[in-house]
Design a protein around this ligand. Structure first.
Ligand SMILES: [Fe+2]
Length: 292
């Protein structure tokens, strides 16, 4: 369906087409490898408020070009992990199931991505936007799912919304590793990532709309009995994961997808032969603001 948000005032118009009622749109008419104008940046920012997942097809980008495009939207965050490819752009992190020699590996830590999460929520100031660029994609599968936590919050019964008022969740890298069954956090990681507390319902700083804010990085609800906390987290996670809130992105090579972590959870699907096909994406993360 063609959306009427097509922007006519730009030198190279941005054509925006809604692709899912869960807040997903496709933008055409932009070459992200080239500098884009302030008006175009503004139009993308504006689109992101209505459609927290934006898809750009057919983009051929170097790491440097991806970094330059990403910097239009804020300060890039470095990755705490060691880069396997000796990259000179530490703000562009490669998600890959290939090792430095180009051989397929089954990365234990990648399992964490198979659980609903919002990027960097274990930081006091988590991610605003994440941008992924697909370099190599399996012939089928290897999808990424996005759950709209703004729509999920809106759909909660009033009594449950009332129960959530004032609740805070503890986000903890150590718990995240435990929750996802990945290898335990290292001492360095524990030092670098002490637990942080965020509102369970956060208010989007640009739209003023409320969204659920949790995911695999959450260890527990602050000041709540353990069993009740686990039960509430499970109930909300199941609610968020309903099909009516979820968009599944089937990647094509050269796709760029950017999303607003402040009102979405996402996860990768292990629905491909991981030991047979490469899946390689370059990632940039833009620093957001402290959830409130
Ligand atoms: Fe992620």
């Amino acid at each position: 369906m063609q959306n009427n948000l097509t922007v006519h005032t730009m030198p190279h118009p941005i054509s925006l087409e809604e692709v899912s009622p869960t807040g997903v749109a496709k933008i055409e008419g932009l070459d992200l490898s080239q500098p884009i104008s302030a008006k175009q940046v503004g139009a993308i920012r504006q689109a992101l408020l209505q459609f927290p997942v934006l898809v750009f097809r057919g983009q051929s980008l170097s790491k440097e070009q991806q970094a330059k495009f990403s910097e239009n939207f804020g300060e890039l965050e470095g990755h705490i992990g060691k880069l396997s490819d000796g990259s000179t752009f530490p703000t562009v992190h490669t998600l890959t199931n290939l090792n430095a020699e180009g051989n397929l590996i089954n990365m234990d830590v990648a399992k964490l991505n198979y659980f609903w999460h919002t990027d960097k929520s274990y930081h006091a100031v988590p991610a605003f936007v994440t941008i992924l660029h697909a370099l190599e994609i399996p012939p089928s599968g290897g999808d990424t799912q996005f759950a709209n936590t703004r729509l999920a919050y809106d759909a909660l019964p009033t009594a449950l919304k009332t129960r959530l008022v004032g609740l805070k969740a503890v986000h903890d890298w150590v718990a995240s590793r435990l929750n996802s069954g990945t290898s335990p956090a290292t001492e360095d990681q524990k030092q670098a990532r002490p637990p942080v507390t965020h509102p369970l319902v956060r208010t989007h700083p640009d739209t003023g709309k409320k969204a659920l804010y949790l995911g695999v990085h959450v260890s527990h609800i602050d000041n709540m009995a353990s069993a009740e906390s686990a039960s509430l987290i499970a109930e909300l996670t199941e609610h968020i994961g309903q099909e009516r809130f979820v968009y599944t992105h089937c990647w094509r090579k050269d796709d760029v997808v950017m999303w607003d972590n402040r009102c979405l959870l996402h996860r990768a699907l292990p629905n491909y032969e991981i030991a047979r096909y490469p899946r390689v994406l370059n990632r940039t993360v833009i620093i957001g603001s402290a959830p409130a």
